[in-house]
Design a protein. Sequence first.
Length: 242
Amino acid sequence: MKYALITGASRGLGRAISVKLATLGYHILINYAGNTAAAEETLQEVRQAGSDGDLMPFDVANAEQTRTAIEAWQDAHDGEYIEVLVNNAGIRRDTLLSLMPAADWARVLSITLDGFYNVTQPLLMPMQFHKFGRIINMASVSGLRGLPGQTNYSAAKGGLIAATKALAQEVAKKNITVNAIAPGFIKTDMTEGLDEAALSKTIPAGRFGTPEEVAAAVAFLISPQAGYITGNVLSINGGLYT
Ligand code: NAP
């Protein structure tokens, strides 16, 4: 059995990635924060795609919850390991920095950066032992160019990109690749409420992307054929920022 852990898999990009990886034969570990009904829908779609999965709820920003969940899985799966990790969980709390409450600064950074540490760190030793692993970190165009109103989110995603590049160099010899994806505007709950028509005019492709377009890139980056691609950031943004 090949296992893939997708954080933030109950909705949006995480769900589309789960379904895509299910078509490739992965058993999907569906992490989410609290929305069990949505996570159950992801599991249904994973099964319809011909594979299976398990719900794995925990707050990636919470070190204790994350450690407990991952250790429980590892204890129950002696000799097996999670070979694909997609660090996808994320939130945005947009406002100008001059008006930003400290809690919004801290929460956005914690889910992205503490979340990256909490989930990735315990999976690295098993990947190194088995001499194969694939880690994908969901960054953003915001982490590449910085976006006004998103100083917290830009800092978090920029930090995640730097962590991607550093870790890639640490584990390359063990046949583990670490890459980031930087989506532009993708149609999910996160972008609901934005003025899609107005924003689409600023995108050379003239439209928002779909979660499936991001999932396809994840499938490529985890494939054996992508084994020499590491420490990279792949933009998926319709030409918004190049
Ligand atoms: P979304 O539709 O809002 O879904 C967010 C997912 O993250 C949900 O599954 C949610 O679980 C989970 N989550 C939130 N906080 C969590 C936590 N503390 N621990 C575990 N899971 C948590 O978002 P999305 O658009 O799919 O975005 C996915 C990733 O892509 C994020 O990192 C986002 O920053 C990034 N991204 C998105 C876009 C875009 O245009 N959509 C663009 C660039 C980057 P619950 O359902 O339980 O709340």
